[in-house]
Design a protein. Structure first.
Length: 145
């Protein structure tokens, strides 16, 4: 069965969701270091975030505070595993990397060319999610400027 639908290049239909132990701090870091914009932040009890939407170009990532168990301990998977990350397609990888470094982001090697024709770099946010920014646009041509 083919579940693929055609959508406008300016419309996203995939929305990653991330839970953070300290969602307000994560939002502040994503805005300052990586250039996301706050589109919506719904406060939760005790300084938590019930739901937030951060934008980057036509993309959106949804953020929330990790929910606690009966004892108040965060119920959240180990975020430091190397298989948890988000890829963001951009045109100016070098400029973006310079911004992230200037804001104190720990940037790994890069930006570097890849074997599949992209130029990219990666960084971990304060809670361990890996954010990769590159020039490869999966399943689409890069938007015209």
């Amino acid at each position: 069965m083919n579940t693929t639908t055609t959508t406008s290049a300016a419309r996203t239909n995939l929305f990653p969701t991330l839970k953070y132990r300290d969602a307000p701090a994560a939002i502040a870091w994503l805005v300052a270091a990586l250039g996301f914009e706050e589109r919506m932040v719904v406060p939760g009890p005790d300084g938590t975030v019930a739901h937030a939407q951060l934008g980057f170009g036509t993309g959106t990532v949804m953020i929330g505070s990790a929910q606690g168990d009966a004892n108040g301990a965060p119920v959240i998977p180990d975020q430091r595993a190397d298989n948890r990350g988000i890829y963001v397609a951009i045109d100016d990888v070098d400029g973006h990397c310079a911004r992230a470094k200037a804001a104190g982001a720990d940037v790994g090697p890069g930006p570097e060319p890849t074997t599949y024709g992209s130029r990219e770099y990666s960084t971990r946010d304060p809670e361990g999610y890996i954010w990769t920014f590159g020039t490869y646009w999966p399943d689409a041509a890069a938007p015209s400027s």
